[in-house]
Design a protein around this ligand. Structure first.
Ligand SMILES: *Cc1c(COP(=O)(O)O)cnc(C)c1O
Length: 437
């Protein structure tokens, strides 16, 4: 299968190139050149299938021409080395917990899948073939998921750039204490500086001739497409539980619209989703994007900070705003409402929501009508937002072992000034140094 750029459909590349490049030169986003359909027969027995079996069918439909079947099976099996519980917290309302991976974020899924796909593409190369260098700028969660997803993947090295003193302690520990093929670069600047430095490096011709560079941010096609797996799994679990899926609403938190675009794409590929709901904090970012449709289509990349998956949604709907609004409802909530929701749900059901989950739960409740089934994504473990959650519920929450272990490890970071030449010089210096084994 080839992938075109949302800015110019005549620009097409194969899977390997789309994953390696991340973003096309014209600043669009990669999309599969045709929508592959999941065979109808699949849905008949889906309730009996495991997350691995379901993901394998979806992955084969998308990547079957490019990756051998056995290898693809291994990739999806290794991606999901953790549970995805679906919990009915009140009648007809389900939380799908995507936070049981190594960094307790749904981002683990896309990052683990992408890492294993790159590993597959590197395998078969000789031992002295050049390393793939993954650059990622982070304000927290993305760095954690990418660093842990790529940890000890042969042939790949990761550099996580983050603003010094501006990332949570637990999050910093999750990418700066790993060692091996993961290097944390502590930039004496802002998150934006980190993004600009990564963007400059990816555009630098000389540097790109000297070493293989790629980026693992959320718009990579391997991350976007692998996020579809869990929507099929949700549908399967509901069927296995005997819950009606004729009228199914899925609610997701919004940031870069990775979850939303994956849900809409899964629907297009044949998954029965009635409606999607997207929730944001303070201002309705989905609505903002929709109002600025021309901006998003004419001018995307340039500043990586502006990149989101929104262009994929526009592309999927041929820029038809009405059609998008037929499938998507958006809502936003302020901090007071979110704290109240966390408190209320805890009091009424005992379930502890994270702040994004609370906004998403609210949006689902607002958008759903009687006799519908609603599922909202619990995208991060509540302990990742310990202070807010404890304030809302008025008691302490337990720190999961998976997070606690990071805090006992020693930080190892490379300090750097917030200018691109510093990163360039550093990368040229380390380009021939092999990673610790
Ligand atoms: C990353 C993240 C988001 C944003 O997700 P998108 O798929 O990019 O919209 C939302 N909530 C949480 C908890 C996240 O970690």
């Amino acid at each position: 299968m080839n992938y075109y750029s949302t800015n110019d459909k005549t620009v097409k590349v194969g899977l390997l190139e789309s994953v390696m490049k991340g973003v096309p030169d014209d600043g669009g986003l990669y999309m599969p050149e045709r929508v592959p359909y999941i065979p109808k027969a699949f849905f008949k027995h889906v309730g009996e299938m495991s997350v691995h079996e379901i993901s394998f069918v979806v992955a084969s439909t998308l990547f079957g021409e490019d990756i051998e079947s056995e290898a693809l099976k291994t990739i999806v099996t290794d991606t999901f080395n953790f549970e995805i519980p679906l919990i009915e917290i009140e009648p007809g309302i389900f939380a799908v917990e995507l936070f049981h991976g190594p960094t307790l974020s749904f981002k683990d899924i896309g990052a683990r899948f992408m890492a294993r796909m790159l590993e597959y593409f590197c395998s078969g190369k000789s031992n002295d073939s050049p390393l793939i260098n993954v650059l990622v700028a982070t304000s927290g969660d993305t760095g954690c998921a990418v660093a842990n997803g790529f940890l000890n993947i042969p042939g790949v090295r990761v550099f996580v750039l983050y603003p010094s003193g501006k990332v949570g302690k637990i999050q910093e520990a999750q990418f700066s204490t790993l060692g091996a093929n993961i290097t944390a670069i502590e930039v004496d600047g802002t998150y934006h500086d980190c993004q600009v430095m990564v963007m400059e490096a990816l555009k630098d011709r000389v540097l790109n001739e000297a070493m293989i560079l790629t980026s693992a941010n959320s718009i990579n096609v391997a991350r976007f497409l692998s996020q579809m797996f869990y929507y099929y799994y949700i549908y399967a679990r509901l069927n296995a539980m005997g819950v009606q899926t004729e009228r199914l609403t899925i609610a997701v938190p919004s940031g870069n619209f990775g979850n939303l675009s994956a849900a809409l794409y899964a629907k297009r590929m044949g998954l029965h989703i009635n409606k999607c709901v997207t929730a944001s904090y303070k201002k309705d970012i989905f609505d903002d994007y929709l109002k600025h449709i021309s901006y998003s289509t004419e001018n995307s990349a340039v500043d990586i900070g502006q990149i989101s998956n929104f262009a994929r949604i526009l592309d999927l709907y041929n820029n038809d705003k009405e059609a998008i609004l037929g499938d998507v409802v958006s809502r936003s909530y302020d901090e007071t409402a979110i704290l109240q929701t966390i408190a209320d749900v805890y009091k009424n059901t005992g379930y502890i929501l994270d702040p994004h989950g609370a906004a998403t739960y609210n949006a689902l409740k607002d958008a759903i009508s009687a006799n519908e089934t609603g599922v909202f994504l619990a995208a991060a473990h509540p302990a990742k937002f310990q202070a807010v959650v404890e304030k809302a519920i008025g008691s302490e929450i337990e720190m999961p072992e998976k997070l606690a272990v990071f805090l006992n490890r020693e930080k190892q970071s490379v300090k750097m000034s917030p200018q691109y030449p510093a990163l360039r010089k550093y990368l040229l210096n380390v380009k021939d140094i092999l990673v610790d084994k």
